[in-house]
Ligand binder design. Structure first.
Ligand code: CP
Ligand code: NVA
Length: 307
């Protein structure tokens, strides 16, 4: 495996290896401090980022490598120059590119023109390093096999939801995506993932009813209703998603020790209320902190060549 564009590109074994690696790095980071010695990793971000940029920037540094950061607007991939020209140029300098962009096709094109690994730091379609950190967090907190857990994502069938579908369909679990009609996960993407779930025995369900789905949930997860690039749809989305808010009434339907997750940034008062995100059930900051280890695991495996 050269790149990480989506988790569906990985086998079950590879994803399990990445999760194991992330946990090992967290336990003993010093063991990995020279893995990227002499390597330079480009971080091209065409959208804002707090967690992902920090995770990969700090992650590269902790592994002994040098991060080279490009802020939104700096490279202007596809407008200032062709994606393939950027890829071919950077191949002479860099050992890996971590790329956050709008269209997923941009990442595919970059990867197709670079001999070095390309890691997706979020596209409109997927957010793989996020899903790895999410599952790592669930494993840390629940200490139960994933197929014994009910995980309920409520909100937009977006990039974050797609990567959660990817990962649970690969490694097992009982995953619900609750989305308003018109905002369900991409059909083609879902069908491909469902093929994987036949092999892993995981159960992936798409519904529209948050109150029904959260009954006995072990984990409730949400994301913003308006993703980066969709700002013009704010008004419509706020109205279409209003029954999808994670609030104390909804949380009361789940198991008492149900964990609340959010990839962040949170729009408090929209998809989640203050009392829930600040409650004892919330694990959002542990989840955010684990972004460092999922980023490091990807770098160690794909750039460091550690199997
Ligand atoms: N969750 C996440 O990817 O956060 P950022 O957009 O801040 O990187
Ligand atoms: N779905 C959100 C995730 C942010 C981390 C977005 O794409 O903006």
């Amino acid at each position: 495996m050269k790149d990480c564009l989506s988790l569906e590109d990985f086998s079950k074994k590879e994803v399990e290896r990445l999760l194991d690696l992330a946990m090992r790095i967290k336990r003993n980071p010093k063991k990995y401090r020279n893995v990227l010695n002499g390597k330079h990793v480009g971080l091209i971000f065409e959208k804002p980022s707090l967690r992902t940029k920090t995770a990969f920037y700090v992650g590269v540094s902790k592994l002994g490598g040098v991060p080279v950061y490009y802020s939104p607007g700096e490279v202007q991939i596809g407008t200032r120059e062709k994606i393939s020209d950027v890829a071919k140029t950077l191949s002479y300098f860099l050992d890996c590119v971590v790329f956050r962009t709008f269209e997923h096709e941009n990442i595919k094109e970059l990867a197709a023109n670079m001999p070095v690994p390309v890691i997706n730091a979020l596209s409109d379609l997927t957010h793989p390093s996020q899903a790895l950190a999410d599952v790592m967090t669930i494993m840390e907190i629940k200490r139960k096999p994933l197929n014994k857990l009910k995980i309920v994502y409520i909100g937009d069938g977006n990039n974050v939801c797609h990567s959660l579908i990817n990962i649970f369909s690969l490694i097992g679990g009982n995953f619900y995506a609750v989305c308003p009609s018109g905002y369900c996960p991409d059909k083609k993407f879902l069908d491909e993932s469902l093929e994987n779930s036949k092999r892993s025995g995981s159960k992936i369900t798409v519904t529209h009813d948050p109150y029904g789905a959260v009954e006995d949930a072990d984990v409730i997860y949400t994301d913003v209703w308006v993703s980066m690039g969709q700002e013009e749809e704010v008004k419509k989305r706020r109205s279409d998603f209003k029954s999808m808010q994670i609030n104390s009434q909804l949380l009361a339907r789940a198991k008492k020790n149900c964990s609340v997750m959010h990839c962040l940034p949170a729009h408090r008062g929209d998809e989640i209320t203050d009392d829930v995100i600040d409650s004892a059930n919330s694990v959002v900051f542990q989840q955010a902190g684990n972004r460092l280890y999922s980023a490091m695991a990807l770098l160690v495996m794909l750039v460091g060549g550690v199997k």
